[in-house]
Design a protein around this ligand. Sequence first.
Ligand code: CO
Length: 197
Amino acid sequence: MIEELLARNKTWSKERRAEQADYFERLSNLQEPEYLWIGCSDSRVPANVIAGLEPGEVFVHRNVSNLIHPADLNMLSVVEFAINQLPVKHIIICGHYGCGGVRAAVSGKRFGLIDHWLQPIRDVAETRFECKDCGTWSDTDLDRLCEASVAAQVQRLARTPILQAAWKAGKDISIHGWVYGLHDGLLSDLECTVTGA
Ligand code: CO
């Protein structure tokens, strides 16, 4: 029931205040995150929860399969704000194993608009793997494709004019590629960090 969510919110708010009387007063005056998280929309991968961060500690953008499209005004606006108005120093692009978008991208089936959105994954599949869109990927191969896609998105974000300009201006910003395991709740660094132009 939808009303249940409002009731749970009341309980949550009450519990926070019980733990710390000025919890919300403190938070409302403080948005100084050092991290920007670009993750998948998947409901099982909530940035704050899995990274153990409190409200106010991470700025978040999520889309299907954590992709970087160079003309995505939503994503670019978030990145620009994070870099120019917030003290963000680390941008984390985080994929996850078992991602439905990654699977759909190379399933050999067509679903509509989402096929256009997922094109960067097929591009990675074409250049890095033998099978592009044959629908016969094993779970292990899909996990490797997921990792390769994250690394490719790190490169795509690094090439955007926003990041190039930030680095040229001497800003200290790193872009990291991570992947999350639904089966064990663990984050792994794919070691494809880009620092500077
Ligand atoms: Co996903």
